[in-house]
Design a protein around this ligand. Structure first.
Ligand code: MLT
Length: 269
């Protein structure tokens, strides 16, 4: 008897574009990507998890590590049955996680978007500051962190004049769990230097950075971009460490162009 043909339904999908996994920075949550989720959903399938301890995700047990956070992202893709490869878009700490993801699961990644991030590991001074921050947040709660971080997260003009933006970001930070904050600080402190990875990145990469980023200086991101073989840089004016919120229009335009080029290149192969 011949084997019966395997049966599978044909189907229509609302979006035939690539999947983009957005990984938020510290100490934020998936709401960070609101302007992208609203505007880019017809060019790609967009997934934006809350990392453990942030937004609606449980904190679990600490300490966290970059391996653990990258593993969480892969588990999400597996749970949703997402077909690799995908595009990874990491903001700041999300970029550190993206580097770890790329080291561990290179075949899953077809493209990389690095937003307001750096490749270098922590300096000894930064490591000490992280320990102090853990103590302070355990004693005073996340509001201590929002008070310290908010002025550094945005370009000064946006911090002074854009009350809506400031309230939006404050809400993200204040809703983070203490264990999530401590866990992420520990993971960032122990993360490896990703500089040696840069020349080996073999997927098209887009680096997006705010001109006035006070947390990761623009020059550092430029150096990172130059070290990646197939990378382009887009600088968002009048933006600090949150270019996808502060300059959402330009950010979305750059990401849209990048995703469309990626699709065209795939079709030509
Ligand atoms: C972030 O925005 O994710 C953090 O500020 C990064 C860091 O502290 O190194």
């Amino acid at each position: 008897m011949p084997e019966p043909e395997p049966f599978a339904l044909a189907y229509q999908d609302s979006c035939s574009g690539p999947t983009v996994l957005f990984i938020h920075g510290f100490p934020l949550n998936s709401s960070l990507w609101e302007p992208q989720m609203e505007d880019l959903n017809d060019t790609a399938r967009l997934l934006a998890p809350d990392l453990r301890g942030y937004g609606l995700s449980p904190a679990g047990e600490g300490p966290y590590s970059m391996e653990m956070l990258a593993g969480d992202c892969l588990d999400l893709l597996d749970t949703l049955g997402v077909q690799p490869p995908i595009v990874l878009c990491g903001h700041s700490m999300g970029g550190y996680i993206a580097f770890e993801f790329l080291r561990r699961f290179p075949k899953v990644v077809a493209g990389l978007v690095l937003v307001a991030t750096r490749a270098a590991a922590d300096t000894p001074e930064t490591r000490e500051n992280r320990d102090r921050m853990v103590e302070q947040v355990r004693e005073e709660g996340p509001a201590a962190l929002s008070a310290a971080m908010l002025p550094k997260l945005m370009a000064p003009e946006n911090y002074e004049n854009d009350d809506k933006l400031v309230a939006f970001v404050r809400e993200m930070i204040d809703s983070a769990s203490v264990n999530g904050i401590a866990g992420a600080l520990e993971a960032m402190k122990e993360r490896p230097d990703s500089t040696p990875l840069l020349p080996e990145i073999d997927v098209p990469t887009l680096v997006i950075h705010g001109e006035e980023d006070a947390i990761v200086p623009l020059a550092e991101a430029e150096g990172m971009c130059e070290a990646i073989p197939d990378a382009e840089m887009v600088v968002i004016p009048n933006a600090g460490h949150l270019p996808n919120l502060e300059g959402a229009l330009q950010f979305n335009e750059a990401l849209w162009d990048y995703l469309e080029t990626l699709k065209e290149e795939k079709e030509q192969r």
